[in-house]
Design a protein around this ligand. Structure first.
Ligand code: ADP
Ligand code: ASP
Ligand code: MG
Length: 412
């Protein structure tokens, strides 16, 4: 028998009727002769509610207790799906992270999976013919034995990690869209579904804001060669479509220069004016941020003229915005800047495609197209298979649509 992991996200398990629908998908795959581990998210909106409760209880709560609270959503859906499966005559058992166990690192709130012990699930298959219903998003801190969560969207990562651990022939990520699109279909209705996306591209798309898959899940799928599909739970369970396969670049026949456009609203920009321009100044700015575990993304330093002073602008995530400003103000005497400006009404728009490796001028065309729409670019970064621009948030949709058309991604 081949083994299969099926993951269902929040909207797919939003109520009991949807959970029954999930059970029908499981039933189909079981009849096709697979041993199945299902990974479930919390019902949609549940994790947000739990996070809000923690924030309401304390502005800066203990991350171990945060995890104790937010992991509970998945426990509920795992139990409910097991009940519904049993109800239609399919032997099933729910598993929480600690029962599998899924062992994680110590970083509560965004822990990494260190090891998944697949034996107990496999024994459920062979000895009892059971479907394993595993609570996504959670594991067991291997140092302390406390419950830990994998960061928002982490059930995708649970699914791929379990698929690797039990040697599944496929990992199907069921969600509320029928695959990976050229951009978020909620923003651009003309977005096209892709039959295949290369791991590298999916990794960039996820890192740059396409939240259809958690970044870490793509890393794991790539490292362990897990055959991963993104597909819809809203398809008729009797007649499902295959969705999008995440695969090696070599397995894609027709490669576009640009495969997708992603955007991230989780950006804030800091500008330091009149920074003394001498060796060591960048270190003076960025070392204190690194020590505070703040990730800096786009960095632009304006070449100084004779004045011996320069302007430095960079981005951090919105969650780190206030902290970054406070740290820099404190370090002002050491850095020696004249003023600090911050903006959080900015968005990062990125174009991604492995074809960029072999084509020149891809980004330049975007700069021109954005200028023609009157969109000002505040910062730019490029790498081998993507480029990103930082713009005013008000222009998000216009910019995404402009680039989507520019690179020929609109539906024919
Ligand atoms: P789930 O709850 O199933 O994990 P998510 O909300 O995390 O679902 O991810 C699915 C959503 O990702 C879609 O509803 C879609 O709006 C969004 N999304 C963003 N970018 C893309 C993209 N390029 N392709 C498909 N979906 C995307
Ligand atoms: N329920 C968690 C979240 O909303 C994990 C997930 O759905 O993947 O982030
Ligand atoms: Mg998700």
């Amino acid at each position: 028998m081949s083994r299969l992991v099926m993951k269902f996200g929040g909207t797919s398990v939003a109520d009991i009727e949807r959970i029954r629908n999930v059970a029908r998908h499981v039933e189909r795959e079981r009849k096709a002769g697979n041993d199945i581990a299902v990974v479930v998210s919390a019902m949609s909106g549940k994790t947000n509610e739990l996070v809000r409760w923690c924030e309401e209880a304390s502005g800066l709560c203990d991350q171990r207790e945060y995890d104790a609270v937010v992991a509970s959503g998945e426990q509920v859906t795992a139990g409910l799906l097991a009940i519904v499966l049993q109800e239609i005559g399919i032997p099933a058992r729910s598993w929480q992270g600690w029962q599998v166990p899924i062992l994680t690192s110590n970083s509560h709130g965004s822990a990494r999976i260190a090891h998944v012990e697949g034996r107990a699930i496999l024994e459920g298959f062979s000895a009892r013919g059971e479907v394993a219903v595993v609570a996504g998003f959670q594991g067991l801190n291997k140092e302390t034995g406390r419950i830990a969560t994998l960061g928002r969207g982490g059930s995708d990562t649970s699914a791929v990690a379990i698929a690797a651990a039990i040697g599944a022939s496929r990992c199907d990520i069921y969600t509320d869209v029928d695959g990976v699109y050229t951009t978020d279909p909620r923003i651009v209705p003309k977005a096209k579904r892709l039959d295949r996306v290369a791991f590298e591209e999916m990794l960039e798309m996820a890192s740059l804001g396409a939240k259809v898959l958690q970044v870490r899940s793509v890393e794991l799928a790539m490292a362990h060669k897990v055959k991963t599909f993104v597909r819809s739970s809203f398809d008729d369970p009797r007649d499902p479509k295959p969705g999008t396969l995440i695969c090696d670049e070599e397995d894609i026949v027709e490669q576009q220069v640009v495969t997708g456009i992603a955007f991230s609203r989780d950006e804030a920009q800091i500008t330091l004016r009149q920074v003394a321009d001498h060796p060591g100044v960048a270190a003076a700015i960025f070392m204190p941020l690194a020590e505070a575990n703040i990730n800096v993304d786009m960095i632009v330093q304006v070449a100084s003229e004779d004045s011996g002073a320069t302007d430095m602008t960079f981005t951090v995530s919105t969650a780190d915005f206030e902290r970054t400003k406070a740290i820099l103000q404190k370090a002002q005497p050491q850095i020696g800047f004249q003023s600090l400006n911050g903006a959080s009404d900015v968005v990062k728009i990125s174009a991604i495609g492995v074809g960029m490796r072999s084509h020149a001028g891809v980004a330049a065309r975007a700069f021109k197209a954005l200028a023609e729409k009157g969109i000002n670019i505040r910062a730019i970064t490029t790498s081998e298979i993507k480029f990103s621009v930082l713009i005013e948030a008000a222009y998000t949709e216009l910019a995404v649509r402009t680039l989507h058309s520019l690179y020929g991604l609109d539906k024919a």
